[in-house]
Design a protein around this ligand. Sequence first.
Ligand code: 26Y
Length: 824
Amino acid sequence: AWTKHQVGGFKDKDAFESEVVRHVETTLARSLYNCDETAAYSATALAFRDRLILEWNRTQQRQTFSDSKRVYYLSLEFLMGRALDNAMLNVEQKDLAKDGLAELGFRVEDVIQQEHDAALGNGGLGRLAACFLDSLASLNYPAWGYGLRYRYGIFKQEIIDGYQVEVPDYWLDFNPWEFPRHDVTVDIQFYGKVLTETNDKGNAISQWEGGETVKAVAYDVPIPGYATPTTNNLRLWSSKAASGEFDFQKFNSGEYESSVADQQRAETISAVLYPNDNLDRGKELRLKQQYFWVAASLYDIVRRFKKTRRPWREFPDQVAIQLNDTHPTLAIVELQRILIDLEGLEWDEAWNIVVNTFGYTNHTVLPEALEKWSVPLIENLLPRHLQIIYDINLYFLQTVERDFPGDSDLLRDVSIVEESEPKMIRMAYLAIVGSHKVNGVAELHSELIRTTIFKDFVRIFGPDKFTNVTNGITPRRWLHQANPRLSELIASKTGGHGFLKDLTALNKLELYIDDKDFRKEWAEIKYANKVRLAKHIKATTGVTVNPAALFDVQVKRIHEYKRQQMNIFGAIHRYLELKAMSPEQRQKQMRRVSIFGGKAAPGYWMAKQIIHLINSVGAVVNNDKDIGDLLKVVFLEDYNVSKAEMIVPASDISEHISTAGTEASGTSNMKFVLNGGLIIGTCDGANIEITREVSQDNIFLFGHLSEEVDDLRYAHHSGDHVVDPKLVGVFEEIENGRFGNPKDFSDLISAVRDHGDYYLVSDDFSSYVDSHAAVDEAYRDQEGWITKCITSVSRMGFFSSDRCINEYAEGIWNVEPLDTTKDK
Ligand code: 26Y
C-alpha cells in the first residue's frame, strides 16, 4: 500500500523543517532571522510543492504506460481557492507541518492565511470544476483539467459608503503552485481567410490561411488526491506574442511602440476573467479567449493521442472531453476541422469521432445566460470554423427533415443558426448536436431542459441522449478542511476518516443521535465556529454580533433570480415588526444575525442596488437602540472560497431561495447542510433532492412550485396584480426615506410593483415570512434543533462530488480508475 512519505510527503517533521529552511535561505534568499509569516508561507508551500511534483511525475508516467482512456475537463473557470491547506490535508501531513512550523515559531493556521485565493472563476460553475478535480484525483481517474491562466481573477470587492467597488485581483506576484512549461507551446491562429481547392477525387479541400498568430504557453498546477498517490494535472494556458519575424521586423525598423502594442494585444487574451455569472454579453475578446483555450487544449490532446499511434477511429476510446457549459463548444468545431482539414478524414468518419468524444453539461435555463455568437463576428475571427458550423447545421437539418418531413417550424426552431439580424450561432444547440450526452446538474433542472429549452432535441435524438448528474461537493475541502473539529468528531464516531472517501458512512452518526456527550460536543463546535465568524464580522464591519443569536446566511453571487432582494425585504419586515412591539414583547423574540455576502457583476445595475440596500438597512438597524441584539444585518465584503470556508461552518440557517425553476442546482446548499446548518429554501435545484435525503422535517421549504411560475407571470400582466400587503408596508418605509434616499432603491421596488415581478418576490413573500417564523420556533427548541442538524448531516452522503464523478465516469465518459498499487 501507498505510504505518504514514500514520495508524496515528508519522511518526518525534521525532513519537512529542513526543506522549509532550505527554501527560506536559498529560493527566497532570506535569513531565518527575518523570516516573517509571508516567507514562512512561501517556503512551506514550496516544500509541499516539491513533494507533489514528484508524485505528479509518477502519476503521469503510470497513466501513459497503462494506455488507459483519459478524461479532459474543459472549463473557462476553476475557482480553486487556497492550495496549501488542501495539499497538506490531502497528503495527510498537516499535523506534521503544524509541529514543524511550531518549532520554527509559527502557527500553521496563520501561515495558511497568508495565501492569496486562486479565484479563476465566478461562482457555482467554477467551484464545481474545482471540486471535480479533487474527486477525479482522489478516485484515481486519469484526468486533466484545461483552463486559462488569467492574470486577473475575479475582482476583489470593496464596500465603500455601502456601494460595491471593484478592485483588480492581481494574484500572480508569487504563485508557488504553478510550473511554467516554456517548452509546451501552441501557435493559435486568428482571422485570415479560407482557400478552397478541388483535389483529384473532385472533393473540395479547404485551408485556413493568413491572419495573425498568438502563442499559448502551458502552466501546470498539480492536483493531489486525498490519501492516494494520484496527483493529476490542471493545465492553464497563457497567451504571449508569437515570436514571429513580423514583430521583430517592426522592432528593428523603429516601430518600437507598435511592436509593443502587438505584444500587449496578444497578452490581453488571457489577461482577465469575465466577471459575469449567468449573463452573456457577446464580447469579441471573450470569443477569442474561448478559441485560444480550446485550440491549445485540443492540440495538446491530439498530440498525446498521436503518440499512441492508434488509428483515428480509436480516438473516443482514449479520450473523453467534457464541456463545462457551452463556453468550450468551439472544441467540437476545432476537432472536426483538425480531422477533415489537417488529417484528411472524410466528414462522416470525423463527425462520428467528434460526437463520441464530447459530453456537454448545461448549467442554466436562464435565457440571458445562453451563449450566442453573431455570425459576422465568427466569420471575421474564425472563417473556417464558421463554414464548418454551417456544414454541421446543414447535415443535422437534413436528418431532421428526413425524420420529420415537412416540419418547417421544427427546422427553424432547432437550427444552430438563428435567422435573426445579424444571424446568431446558438452555442447550446451546437453543443447538443456535437455531443453524445447532454446532462443537467440536478433532477429538476435536467427535467426542465428536457421539457422546455431542449424539448425539440429530445424528439430528434430520443430521450437517452439527455441525462441527469446531480452536482456534488468535495467533503475534503468542505468538511475536513473547513470544519476540522467537526471532521474529528465524526471520525471519532464512524471509525476514522473513511467517511472522507465514502461519504455515505455519515449514516453511522444516526446511532449517536441521543448520545449526550456527542450532542454537547456538536453544539460546542457550532458555537466556536460562530464565535470565529463573529470576530471576523467585528474586525471587518465594526458590527458586534452575539454568537448566541441565530445566524442566518445568504452568500452567493448577487442575482435577481437568487432573490437577495426578497431576503432584505424580509429583514426590513422583521425590523418593522420588532419596532412595533412593546419592550416586553420584544424581549421574547428570537435574536437574529442576517448575514449577506456576494459579488455583483460590475455592469449589473439591479444587483448593485441590492447590495446598497442591504448596507443601508444595516446602517439603520445595527444602530437602533430599541433593537440591540434582536436583529443585526451585515454585508461581508469580498465573498470568496476562503471566506466561505469560515462562513459555512458558522451558519444555523442558510438561504437558497431562488424563484422555483431558476437555480439549476446550487452547491452551497450542500455545503451548509454538511456542516450542520439547516436550509430555508424553495423547491428548486438540488434543494429538492436534499429534502428527499434529509426529510421534509429537517428543511424549511416555502414558495410556489416551478409548475406554477408561468401562470403567475402571465397573471401579473393581466391587469390586477396585487402586491402582498406585508411587502407594501416594507416598500412604504423604504419610500419614506427610512433607509436613506428612496431614489436609490426605486428600481428594486418598481421591478416588483410596476414591471411584472418576474421573479415572483411578492407571490412568495408571505410564505417566506411564515417560514422564517417557523425557523424561529424551531430554534427555540435547541435540543430539537440539534437533532435536526445531526440527522441531516448523517444523510448527506449522496452529495459528495465523488458520487457525482463516478456517475459521469460510468454514464458519460466510460472511463475507469487506475490501480495505483500495481507499480509498487
Ligand atoms: C455566458 C457566460 C457569461 C456565463 C458565465 C458564467 C454564463 C454562466 C456562468 C456561470 C454559471 C453558473 O455558475 N451556474 C451555476 O452552476 C452551478 C454548478 O452547476 C449550479 O449549481 C448553479 O445552480 C448555477 O447557477
